[in-house]
Design a protein around this ligand. Structure first.
Ligand code: HEM
Length: 137
């Protein structure tokens, strides 16, 4: 039973993460460069992307990814193994994940542009930490 619950939680965690990270890859590599070639629409499209349904999906995917990731670790007992390489990676991911989700949901004071860059840089870092955990680190 625990195995089934863990598999479902991991499935949900990864699908939420695919959506969240996927939107970053698609917007940075395809959408934003395309919009720069049609500047008359750029501001309108970028404004619409951070309100309404698009915004709601980002909030759901980001909080869902982090909450399910924390639960996924808890289900296999990481809280009693925090001094191991796996536990340390988990704690690192937890801190970075919470910072990323707080940035994108509630925002940080005096919104400096560097925060946005750090947020985007967080994705490859988190992805690497996830694969490391898969191999026991
Ligand atoms: C941007 C945020 C995140 C992304 C893109 C992400 C992505 C992934 C992916 C793709 C996997 C499957 C890895 C594999 O099987 O090789 C995974 C597993 C996992 N994730 Fe995340 N994740 C994120 C955030 C978090 C957070 C915040 C936590 C909790 C602190 C977390 C905890 C876990 C755990 C415990 C696993 C299972 C590792 C294992 O195989 O033992 N994740 N994640």
């Amino acid at each position: 039973m625990l195995l089934l619950v863990t598999a479902i939680v991991q499935w949900l965690h990864v699908i939420f993460a695919i959506y969240w990270f996927g939107t970053i890859l698609f917007t940075r590599m395809v959408l934003f460069p395309t919009l720069r070639r049609i500047p008359e629409h750029e501001t309108a499209v970028r404004t619409e992307m951070v309100v309404g349904p698009a915004r709601r999906l980002t909030v759901i995917a980001s909080t869902g990814t982090v909450a399910l990731g924390i639960l996924r670790g808890a289900l296999t007992g990481v809280w009693s193994d925090l001094a191991t390489p796996y536990g340390i990676t988990y704690l690192g991911a937890l801190v970075i994940g919470l910072l990323m989700v707080s940035y994108i949901t509630i925002g940080w004071p005096n919104g400096r542009p560097v925060y946005g860059k750090l947020y985007v840089a967080g994705f490859p870092v988190m992805f690497t930490l996830m694969v490391a955990m898969r191999f026991g680190y």
